[in-house]
Ligand binder design. Structure first.
Ligand code: KE4
Length: 421
């Protein structure tokens, strides 16, 4: 494959944009090489500046559950565009989207729309602290909740990919308010609560991790978090920015039967437009300004175009729940390609191939994967037209736009790529 145009664009981009990208993980630092500059997408495919075509398993890092340029989303956007792009005033469509989120995710009694997953988790934490009057947050190593100052502590995703211990610029006072524990370690959580439980405002967790690669909760882990937060009067925040409306209509909380106090959403609910949300118990959410004293705001929150995209996505998923079974079956067949000696974690349309022989159940075991082998695997796949997330510590995403042909080609290339890597 030729990449001359992308190489020239990447060099030019680095003169004006840090690392040449507007989000670090896009720079291919985790796998080396030059990121293709994408010019368009259609269904399951993306096309780069050199005319190369790829089967896309990144899907904009999760939003494109229904593929690129999904017609109902495009139609909704075009219709909204005829009426304007932004008003900074309430609209009926924001009510519709809030009502639909409440209908599909029963733990949500009230919801506030924001513009990114980071904004959603940052706001949810502030609400948890304000509601409980406590300052401490418990998060899990390898979980990533956006670039919120206090959560950039042993975070996953790009932080893990770049091997950054944490991020400079986060004042000690912020990181001191965050305690971390290994994912799937309920005993450690219990020990932390026995010492500090009365000062913990919230536990925030990805119910299924996607940001250290795909790592599932072991039986009883999420239930243990629910029990202990109730016992100590702390809030349980499920960060479903990635899993929400991707793993199931009701998200991971529906699959695992966990009722959190607050939930954050993003990605899928915007259908590729910048939108996210946080919400949950009404008695908590009424503390949010202007109904309560906890301040949170946003110029473009509830933006009409983003809301139109989100409504089209969620309405389609509500009317076509069979999509989730298709995604699960498709991804299961991908998992069957995993060669002996390697690990594949997957659930629904999320999957990660780990280049390790041991089970991957937390940050430490994920870290022991062979990044060099993953890099070789990644580039073999890319050179053969299969575009995976450029990091061992991310999850790939299957979309409803992927076809039998996509699957068969991906399986064929992956079998060769595993041999090569
Ligand atoms: P954003 O601020 O990037 O919209 O969302 C942050 C976020 C919060 N919570 C979870 C569980 C997330 O996965 C994310 C963002 N996910 C990464 C991919 N692992 C976004 C990709 C990127 O940083 O460019």
């Amino acid at each position: 494959m030729k990449h001359l145009k992308s190489q020239a664009l990447f060099e030019r981009a680095q003169l004006s944009i840090p690392g040449g990208v507007n989000s670090p993980v896009r720079a291919f630092r985790g796998v080396g090489g030059t990121p293709p500059f994408i010019v368009r997408g259609q269904g399951s495919r993306i096309y780069d500046a050199d005319g190369n075509e790829y089967i896309d398993y990144v899907g904009s890092w999760g939003p494109l559950l229904l593929g690129h340029r999904f017609p109902p989303v495009l139609e909704a956007l075009n219709e909204a565009l005829q009426r304007g792009t932004s008003f900074g005033a309430p609209t009926e469509e924001e009510i519709e989207l809030a009502e639909l989120i409440r209908e599909l995710a029963p733990s949500i009694e009230m919801v506030r729309l924001v513009n990114s997953g980071t904004e959603a988790t940052m706001s949810a934490l502030r609400v948890a602290r304000g509601f409980t009057g406590r300052d401490i947050t418990l998060k899990f190593e390898g979980c990533y909740h956006g670039h919120v100052d206090s959560l950039l502590v042993k975070a996953g995703s790009g932080v893990m990919t770049l091997g950054l211990p944490d991020s400079p610029g986060v004042p000690r006072g912020f990181s001191d308010t965050t305690i971390t524990a290994p994912f799937n370690d309920a005993d450690r959580v219990a020990s932390i609560f026995s010492q500090k439980g009365d000062s913990i405002a919230a536990v925030i967790v990805e119910p299924v991790c996607g940001n250290m690669g795909c790592v599932l909760p072991e039986p009883g882990f999420l239930e243990a978090l629910r029990d202990i937060t109730v016992r100590y009067g702390a809030l349980l925040i499920l960060d479903e920015v990635m899993t929400g409306f991707r793993l199931a209509l009701g998200g991971a909380q529906g699959i695992f039967g966990i009722k959190p106090d607050l939930t954050t959403f993003g990605k899928v609910i915007g259908g590729g437009l910048p939108i996210a949300a946080y919400g949950g118990r009404k008695d908590i959410m009424t503390y949010v300004a202007p109904s309560g004293p906890i301040y949170q705001a946003g110029t473009l929150s509830g933006n009409p175009l983003a809301v139109a995209g989100g409504l089209a996505m969620l309405k389609y998923l509500k009317d076509h729940p069979e999509v989730f079974d298709k995604l699960d079956g498709f991804t299961a067949r991908l998992a069957e390609v995993t060669p002996p000696g390697l690990v594949c974690n997957r659930i629904g349309s999320m999957l990660t191939w780990f280049f390790t022989g041991e089970p991957v159940r937390d940050f430490d075991s994920a870290q022991r994967s062979n990044r060099q082998r993953f890099g070789r695997f990644f580039h073999f796949m890319l050179d053969h037209g299969v575009y995976l997330p450029p990091s061992q510590f991310e999850s790939l995403f299957v979309s409803a736009a992927h076809t039998e042909d996509d699957l068969n080609r991906t399986i064929k290339v992956a079998q060769e790529a595993f041999q090569f890597a």
